[in-house]
Design a protein around this ligand. Sequence first.
Ligand SMILES: Nc1ncnc2c1ncn2[C@@H]1O[C@H](COP(=O)(O)OP(=O)(O)OP(=O)(O)O)[C@@H](O)[C@H]1O
Length: 250
Amino acid sequence: MSGGRSAPATTATTPQGLPLLLDGVTYRYGRTRSATAPAGLGPLSLEVRAGEFLCVVGPSGSGKSTLLSLLAGFLRPQAGVIRLGDTPVTGPDPRLTLVQQEAALFSWRTVAGNVSFGLEQRRLPRAERDGRVGDALRLVGLEGYGGRRVHELSGGQRQRVSLARALALQPRLLLLDEPFSALDDRTRTVLADELLGIWWSRKVTVVFVTHNLEEALALGQRVVALRGGEVALDAPARELDVARLRETLE
Ligand SMILES: Nc1ncnc2c1ncn2[C@@H]1O[C@H](COP(=O)(O)OP(=O)(O)OP(=O)(O)O)[C@@H](O)[C@H]1O
């Protein structure tokens, strides 16, 4: 793993991860006339420590995307509360960012222009924007790619840009939704290793959702397995193996 890599120049001023708390969080999609509860999530209670790397696994329909949408503030819980640090998350929140499976980049912008986009929205001064863009591209191994067009990049490089765009915003909570699932195995392993290095140097709190049990065990300090919208297992990764996770999720 690359945890020992040297820290970027801005680490001293980069805000570190915040603790995340979910207390009785419930979300149901619509209503049902049948005897079964409508699909959704919860009630779910979970504490993630500041700077912890949590992986969330679960079969299709177990509530992983719903959980991320709630954490990202795209959905509001119908019951319960989500807290990041001392403050509830009640909608889109500048303290967190979400990296998705497919890097949704602007094809008409350069790599640097894509990374800078969110910083422009936040009206950061040009010099600070440029500094953050440079740092973020360096962190993801794309130094020197700032002037390239997105269509010139491989799938793995595009996903690096997506990660750089999130990191430039200096999130206190980084949410990742199957970020490497569209990549080939080798690229996936390289990027996963780099993500660990970034997490290590930035001390950001991470919630990483994946279908891939091996990936969850390799990356996470802790793994939460969801089944039917509830926590079926919550344990340190070092105490788990793939067979145990499979058994839980069956
Ligand atoms: N927009 C929606 N309207 C109604 N039901 C939904 C909606 N989105 C998700 N669901 C249901 O909520 C439950 C949880 O879905 P969710 O998408 O969170 O699962 P998931 O674990 O992310 O699945 P996948 O791995 O397939 O993406 C499922 O039963 C799903 O059918």
